[in-house]
Design a protein around this ligand. Sequence first.
Ligand SMILES: Cc1cc2nc3c(=O)[nH]c(=O)nc-3n(C[C@H](O)[C@H](O)[C@H](O)COP(=O)(O)OP(=O)(O)OC[C@H]3O[C@@H](n4cnc5c(N)ncnc54)[C@H](O)[C@@H]3O)c2cc1C
Length: 292
Amino acid sequence: MLAISGSPAFLISEALRGAGAVVTDRAGRRFLLDTDPRGELAPRDIVARTIWQELARTGEKSVLLDCRPVGGDTAVRFPAIAARCIDHGIDITATPIPIAPAAHYMIGGIRTDIDGATSVPGLYACGEVASTGVHGANRLASNSLLEGAVFGPRTMEAALRGLAEVAPSALPVADVGSAPLEDPPAAEARSRIARVMGRDCGVVRHGKGLRAALGELDDIVATPIGSLSGRSAHLSAVAAYCIANAALYREESRGAHYRDDHPDTSHQWHGVTVMHTTRGATTHDRNVAADH
Ligand SMILES: Cc1cc2nc3c(=O)[nH]c(=O)nc-3n(C[C@H](O)[C@H](O)[C@H](O)COP(=O)(O)OP(=O)(O)OC[C@H]3O[C@@H](n4cnc5c(N)ncnc54)[C@H](O)[C@@H]3O)c2cc1C
């Protein structure tokens, strides 16, 4: 992603690396080659992790993507990126772009069958929120497009068929009453979740950090927030809890999931982890059983 303080998140597409752009440190050194001879063309998790480690080592907030090797027509081939960079005073044909890794999808989600049905009768899921099994340990570029094209129609058709079987009144409906849309504790909860997930559940994970994350996320879920946005933040914290829990449970490294206390891939962990979470209505305690 573009890494300019205060600018909104913006993807600097990996297609630029595919076209010949190189990642360097401030001195112009291609440090990715120290980790993998494929350099900029190594799989996403390797590139992201090596940049992450370089940032941790140097204390910098970004590394540089030098697009000059792509050629003089870079701005024509990548007009949106060129235009956004110009807004920040960067001519990508002449000046390297500051970049840093950022999470922009999940691998996993609500477990569904091939028609998008979940374990809750009448509830269907597809796309980013679902775990349809098409992503493996490392997402491929644009795989979500195919996922949407295949599972979108399948899920819609199954949901329409299901309408005949599940009365709408059988589904739980949240009582939102007259709660305000937003309040300061909701904003605070959202930024806490982002901080915890970035620190402990990101590119490089460790058992100790994951345990700390679980404690903090539990605390967020246990603290009542009155606004609608606060309830939404609670749900985000529950999803974040599931991610941290699955990451702690999986004691190996595989694709985008990297544990520096378990850096090797183990055949024992081949396959998906399914987590069942049961929460008390008011106590927020969980009974989590996971199997793989
Ligand atoms: C920068 C970036 C790069 C990515 N690169 C890749 C990649 O290379 N490969 C890959 O596989 N995936 C990639 N992804 C992930 C991919 O984009 C998503 O998985 C995919 O777009 C999800 O599609 P979706 O339809 O499920 O969700 P979305 O595209 O998020 O659509 C959800 C829609 O629901 C609407 N909505 C939300 N709340 C409500 C509400 N309450 N009521 C009504 N509507 C609502 C939203 O406005 C939105 O239009 C990338 C994502 C980003 C951000």
